[in-house]
Design a binder for this molecule. Structure first.
Ligand code: 4AD
Ligand code: MG
Length: 461
């Protein structure tokens, strides 16, 4: 007999013989009858299996405990009590793997998320993480679908890079040098010529710079891969290894960039509402009673678009006590971003035209000489979910900005070359995948929306 997944079984009509495989969530009953709730990960819902103890011995069922993996064959019958349309009346049972009630950590329901982080190898077996991981998959799929349908090309940018110029954050070094015996040159500095790549290399903080090369050849590209940042920021919104989606478009100006970002996020949220209903309902009921309502409201609202300068004026006039004081020129903290989104406008905000000194070198300079054509998309509960900009396409302006910032150009010559040969107006942005998932799942900590989180002092599972 062929195994049928629980998600399919629950939609079948009674009257057939079936085989199901999965992990026991609970077992209850008495000496005449036993009820087992079985989950196989295909859905948050369980299938109930009924064991008539006239056909099974106590000994046969003793290993069917919470966490055990079993295979059952039996008849699918209409259910009266299980809360589902159908249940299985067991004919045969095979136990694949036991889980001792004395040592299996996931006995009861309702473990704290903190505790579950300590058993990262088992937490995918909980309802909560099942929901999160299925939604994560659906969002990844929807991202590729969105761009593919628009004729964007998926560009694979490198994870190991020799350019450290993006300035997006501290980097993890990649080396095969013997750290106990590092080769030095005459001036006492590390001699990277004998390192693997013959130069110093790092894990990338962003695929953007290479993404621009793609956009200036293929027109419209996107990247979707892991990025790495070695800042010591232990917050519920930062990871050391996170996934980013970075579209980059030739001939897009800042307004086109904003339009795309807004359409993109709304598409993803609508996709989740349409395709992840059971999982969202579970998370809504268990963690965040306003989740589904919040998702619906984002799809229906027009995002506010506002220059940074006006945003700062609103914050300064707000009378609100912030932990970090705000004035023109300061980088906004998430408390500021969330004030604008949650208290002032009560909807997502796209903030534009930031001071050039708090943004990256590649952003297009405005005529005022002090702002650049940046755009950050700010979201309720999250703060910044997207960062992007129109890019500086003028060779002269780009080079003078690089000089102004005292950046070395040796490792960036290839980037600068794009402004020398067939330069074009172009724009792009980066969506933090886990920040998106925080919003869509309603989870509060970014470590709970990635299967195996990496953060300072944390790389166990
Ligand atoms: O604003 P960021 O640093 O922008 C860039 O990296 C640009 N190269 C993007 C581009 O224009 N192509 O990062 C983009 C997004 C942020 O808005 C945030 O959602 C997310 O990446 N992000 C993080 N997510 C989790 N943990 C971290 N440490 C993050 N840092 C940024
Ligand atoms: Mg940013």
């Amino acid at each position: 007999m062929e195994r049928i997944k629980v998600c399919e079984l629950l939609n079948k009509d009674a009257g057939i013989e079936v085989q199901v495989k999965g992990w026991v969530r609970t077992k209850r009953g008495n000496k005449n009858i036993a009820f087992v709730a079985l989950n196989d990960g295909s859905t948050v819902n369980n299938i109930q299996i009924v064991f008539d103890m006239n056909n099974f011995t106590e000994d046969q069922l003793k290993d069917v405990t919470t966490g055990a993996c079993i295979c059952v064959e039996g008849s699918l019958v209409a259910s009266v009590g299980s809360g589902q349309k159908v249940e299985i009346h067991a004919g045969s049972l095979l136990v694949y793997g036991t889980a001792s009630p004395e040592t299996y950590p996931l006995q009861k329901k309702g473990h704290s998320l903190e505790f579950l982080r300590e058993i990262g190898h088992l937490r995918p077996r909980t309802n909560t993480f099942g929901c999160v991981l299925r939604i994560r998959h659906a969002m990844a799929f929807a991202i590729h679908k969105f761009f593919n349908d628009k004729g964007f090309f998926y560009l694979h940018t490198p994870l190991i890079t020799a350019s450290d110029a993006e300035g997006a954050g501290a980097m993890f070094q990649v080396t095969t040098l013997d750290l106990n015996n590092v080769p030095k040159s005459a001036d006492g500095k590390v001699d990277y010529s004998s390192d693997f790549f013959g130069k110093a290399t790092n894990l990338t903080v962003s695929g953007q710079l290479e993404g621009e090369l793609g956009a200036l050849a293929l027109g419209q590209i996107y990247t979707f891969g892991p990025t790495f940042r070695a800042e010591n920021s232990n917050t519920p919104r930062h990871l050391s290894e996170f996934w980013m989606i970075e579209p980059e478009m030739a001939f897009y100006e800042i307004k086109d960039n904003m339009d795309l970002a807004e359409e993109f996020i709304k598409y993803l949220v609508q996709y989740a509402l349409d395709n992840c209903a059971d999982d969202l309902k579970f998370l809504n009921d268990m963690f965040d009673k306003e989740l589904i309502e919040r998702l619906r409201s984002v799809v229906d609202t027009q995002f506010v678009r506002l220059p940074y300068t006006e945003g700062v004026e609103i914050l300064m006039k707000s009378g609100q006590k912030f932990e970090y004081p705000v004035s023109w020129g300061t980088d906004l903290q998430s408390e500021h971003e969330r004030y604008l989104v949650e208290k002032h406008f009560k909807k997502p905000v796209i903030l534009t035209d930031y001071p050039k000194d708090i943004k990256a070198f590649y952003m297009k300079q405005n005529d005022d000489g002090r702002t650049v054509r940046a755009m950050d998309v700010l979201f309720p509960k999250i703060g910044e979910i997207i960062g992007g900009s129109q890019r500086e396409e003028s060779l002269e302006k780009l080079e003078s900005r690089i000089k102004e910032l005292n950046m070395g150009t040796e490792s960036l010559w290839w980037y600068i070359d794009t402004r020398r040969f067939g330069s074009a107006p172009h724009s792009g942005f980066g969506l933090g995948f886990e920040r998106l998932l925080l919003f869509v799942t309603g989870m509060a900590n970014i470590r709970d929306v990635i299967p195996f989180p990496r953060s300072p002092k944390n790389a166990e599972f």
